[in-house]
Design a binder for this molecule. Structure first.
Ligand SMILES: [Zn+2]
Length: 247
């Protein structure tokens, strides 16, 4: 109970403390599609749809979930990872064991990062994990500075557009999850990104006709990609977005 309380508090504090503030250049709306864990359908249908719209995605992967069956999907294979990487998609870090940052001390987090890095280097030696996403979206005020020393950015699941002065170590991301958002909701975020000139990030998992409570249908992803196209917003990886904002 106490630990759950500390965890929630640490997550809340992480929003406000130890920020890595970065001011966005004037008006350059763009969108990133990110997939966590990641299901084989994200690497298949998800990546194909992005490519068909001239975009690339960021896949935050945990080595322990690769090619493993889960409750809702099968984890993507090594072949899929190589295909993504060579196709210009980004592989990001999601810890090796898919553990909440609030449950890891500094030594344990270091081990998780190193193990994940060496796991993906073993699949393709040119894979570098430059950006991080918190498992379960739960940040930790204690781990935040440590992650900042290891990664260019860290992404949570706090919805909203990243605009004006953003925190690179607590990037906002909105759900591309059918249980949580519909096409109007998606359009609303795009309109907000255009109005603010901000950086819109979506997160999701599987991309199938009958998605898990954490994933989306190909139709919803297609809608979001068309929404970007209509507004002339580039569809870029997190690494590419950081390059464009000079971070
Ligand atoms: Zn995850």
């Amino acid at each position: 109970m106490l630990s759950a309380l500390n965890g929630r508090l640490s997550n809340r504090l992480a929003r406000h403390f130890r920020a890595a503030p970065h001011r966005l250049p004037a008006h350059a709306p763009m969108v990133s599609f990110t997939f966590d864990d990641a299901p084989d359908s994200a690497a298949g249908e998800g990546a194909s749809l992005l490519e068909a719209h001239g975009g690339r995605g960021t896949f935050y992967l945990a080595g322990s979930l690769i090619d493993q069956p889960g409750d809702h999907w099968h984890g993507l294979s090594n072949d899929a990872i190589i295909r993504l990487h060579r196709g210009g998609h980004e592989i990001g870090c999601h810890t090796f064991s898919h553990l909440r940052a609030i449950d890891l001390d500094e030594v344990a987090m270091t081990r998780e990062i190193e193990r994940n890095r060496s796991h993906f280097r073993g699949i393709d030696s040119s894979i570098r994990l430059e950006n991080f996403a918190y498992p379960y979206g739960l940040a930790s005020v204690w781990r935040k500075p440590q992650l900042a020393r290891n990664f260019r950015s860290a992404r949570g699941i706090l919805p909203g557009v990243n605009s004006e002065i953003i925190d690179l170590q607590f990037l906002r991301a909105s759900p591309l999850v059918n249980c949580e958002i519909d096409t109007d909701g998606v359009d609303h975020y795009f309109d907000e990104a255009v109005a603010s000139g901000g950086w819109l990030i979506f997160y999701g998992h599987d991309v199938v006709d009958a998605p898990s409570p954490y994933g989306c249908t190909p139709a919803l992803l297609r809608h979001a990609l068309k929404a970007a196209e209509k507004r002339n917003m580039p569809i870029v990886t997190v690494a590419e977005a950081l390059r464009r904002i000079g971070a």
